[in-house]
Each structure stands twice: as C-alpha cells, then as structure tokens.
Design a binder for this molecule. Structure first.
Ligand code: GMT
Length: 373
C-alpha cells in the first residue's frame, strides 16, 4: 500500500504513535510518506520505503495566524498526486482530518481514502471547543474510517461531539525490542545517590498533566522513603514547577531532564512512574513505563484504567488526591517484592495487549478494508 501519514512532530503522544506506525509499516513493505510541519523527533529516515514531506506554511503580513490547515491540504494533494497514494492516515483530528477530507475532494476523480485516528485532546479539549467543534465533527464524519486510542475516547467522541459514524478502538502500542535493547542498563539508577529510590514522570508539562501534583506526591513520599524525582519533558508549566521546587527547597532532590528521544533508556531502572493527569485518553507514557517493568501511579480518568490495572501493575486514585497517590507510592516502595511483581505484570500486559505487531496489523486490516480489498 502507498500510505500518507499526517501528524504533529512533537515529542510525545500522537506524534510518537504516528511515527512508530510509519516506521513499522515501511519495515513491513508498505510505502509510507510522512507529512508534518517539522520532522518528527523519532522519525528515522533509514528505510527506502519511508520519506518525509515538510508542510511549509508561508507567512504574509496580513496573517496573524498563517493557515496551516490549507498548507497541509495542499501538500497532501501534491504528495497524493505525485506519489499515487492509496490513503492518508491522519493523527489528531484538528485540523488534520479536515485538511485530508479537503484534499480528497480536490483530488477527485483520483481516489484517496482518509483514515482518522483520534488521540485525546483533539476531542476532549480542542475539538469540543465551540470554535472548532463543527469543522472537527465534519472532518471525522467524512473520514472513511475512524479509530480512537481507547474505549473511553470513543465514548467521549460520541457524547461530546455527537459523532455518529463507527469508531473502532485501536490502542497505542510499544515496540518490545526497545526495552530488550536497554534491559540490564542502569537507566534511571544513574541519578540515585546511595539507596535513593527513583520516581519518574514524563509529559509535555501542560496544565492537563498536573505536574505540580507529581511534585506534591514526591514531597510526601521523600519524607518516608529516601528518593529522587526525575522529570522528563518540557512545556508551559515548567517554570511554575521549578519555582515551586525552589520555594519548597527540593531542588537537590528533583532533576529536570528536558525532552529525550529514547525514554526507555531512563525508564529502565526507575522504581515508580507518576501520571496524575486531569484527563488522559490513553497515557502512552504510562504504557512505556509498564513495558519497562515500572509500576504506574495514575489517576482514574479517561483511558488510563484500560492501561493501568489498579492493584495489579499500579494504582489508580482520584484526580488531585495527592495524599492517596503518595500513600500508594509509599506502599509499593516499602514492599520491593510486590513492586517487582507489579513491574512484571505490567510488562506482560504491555506485550499481550499493546505490542507493535498486533496493533500495526489492526491498522493494516482497516486500510485493506477501506481500500475494498
Ligand atoms: O494532549 C497531549 O498531551 C498530547 C496528545 C497528543 O496527541 O500528542 O496526547 C494524547 O494522545 C496520546 C497518544 O494517543 C495519548 O497517549 C494521551 O493520553 C493523549 N493526551 C490526553 O488525552 C491528555
């Protein structure tokens, strides 16, 4: 198949899923063309089946906001026409689904199928905003197939956007080989001083991630268990978090590592992963932690209960309940055999349900179906 993949080039979330999917499809023999406004951080262009097309958004003094959706639609038309694409798979509905449907109309009579994957905030924070709702719903409803990364997101799309077409749940995935490569490495332990335990968080530091709760949980944990917190990622809330750490005199116990491409190199060796989000359609970072045998303490929201099994590979607590999350963390840190058993169980679940081979094949089945074969 000749497949276009349109995504955001960002460090986490939908951009990572789209990039890993593109590379796996290309490895399996499909011809894949990735489109974005910058080269995605994990995209390795070492396979002749894989190429990258930058979406250039020219500016003009009249534009306070250069129209990315039009530049993307135009680039989709160009790539589909000159590379004879069979379909385009867009990740994150806003504005990718609308641009793809527009490109399909422009290309007529050349057929181009549109598959849209919903990732989370494209529905729960952006798509349901009245300023985006109508176009987002239109893009989703005009897609030839729609997938959501969790059952919770499928339901949210139906209830919040009133979308009526079928939405299939295709979860996010991990490549088990990534962990195999680093298994046995020290990973996060390199940061530990003496017998310190390592707590870890990865996110884009947006308000929805509640990174301050991560620090407040850690504040409670370190009173009972000698420990250190590693924060991976960057984003708008980072300055506020750094200020809090300084005010509470915790700077020597907290390390900000910024954005990192190969998170498994740090995840391996961590004792616990914290994800206290306000909402989370799936929680790819939690899955990456489980796949590295790191138990997860998270909130009981959105799709997180589909990834983290309370009392089996982690604990789920209510949003904002930092005392309960800290108690859960201490419980596991003080019972090493149980913490290790949680880690093993998490990896087992990651392999059984969220392994790259299984999930990529689900996408291939959808492609074959929309192409009528
Ligand atoms: O909202 C974000 O944090 C970024 C967003 C994205 O598209 O990059 O993340 C969403 O998609 C991820 C990949 O499917 C999911 O694992 C995240 O749970 C989801 N974020 C939220 O729902 C907040």
């Amino acid at each position: 198949m000749k497949i276009g993949i349109s995504c955001y080039p960002t460090w986490g979330g939908s951009g990572i899923v789209a990039t890993e999917l593109a590379m796996a499809l290309a490895e399996g023999g499909d011809e894949v063309h990735v489109l974005s406004y910058a080269q995605p951080s994990r995209l390795e262009l070492v396979n002749p089946n894989l190429s990258y097309h930058e979406v250039v958004v020219p500016n003009y003094p009249l534009f306070d906001y250069p129209p990315y959706s039009l530049a993307l639609a135009t680039q989709l038309v160009e790539v589909a026409r000159h590379q004879s694409l069979d379909l385009v798979h867009v990740h994150y509905a806003v504005p990718n689904a609308v641009s793809a449907v527009l490109a399909r109309e422009i290309l007529e009579p050349q057929p181009l199928k549109v598959v849209t994957t919903l990732h989370g905030t494209d529905i729960t924070l952006v798509g349901n905003d009245p300023n985006y709702l109508e176009t987002t719903r239109w893009g989703i409803q005009r897609s030839d197939a729609v997938t959501a990364v969790s059952e919770a997101l499928r339901r949210a799309t139906q209830s919040q956007l009133g979308v009526e077409n079928t939405i299939e749940v295709v979860p996010n995935f991990i490549d088990p080989r990534r962990y195999e490569r680093v298994r046995g490495d020290q990973g996060a332990k390199r940061w530990a001083k003496g017998d310190e335990r390592i707590l870890l968080h990865i996110s884009n530091f947006r308000p929805v991630k509640r990174v301050l709760d991560v620090v407040r949980v850690f504040e409670r944990v370190r009173k009972q268990v000698p420990s250190r917190l590693l924060l991976i990622g960057d984003g708008p809330d980072r300055a506020q978090i750094e200020r809090y750490c300084r005010d509470c005199e915790m700077c020597d116990a907290i390390t900000f590592l910024g954005n990192l491409p190969l998170v498994e190199e740090i995840l391996v060796g961590a004792d616990l992963f914290l994800l206290p989000s306000e909402t989370e359609s799936f929680g790819l970072a939690a899955l990456e932690a489980l796949s590295c045998e790191v138990p997860v303490i998270a909130t009981r929201v959105g799709g997180l209960p589909e990834v983290v099994v309370d009392g089996d590979n982690g604990f789920l607590r209510e949003v904002g309940d930092v005392d309960a999350m800290a108690a859960a963390a201490i419980e596991l840190l003080e019972d090493e055999p149980r913490r290790r058993a949680f880690g093993k169980s998490g990896r087992r679940r990651a392999l059984e349900m969220f392994s790259e081979d299984l999930v990529v094949e689900r996408y291939r089945e959808i492609y074959r179906r929309v192409l009528g074969g």
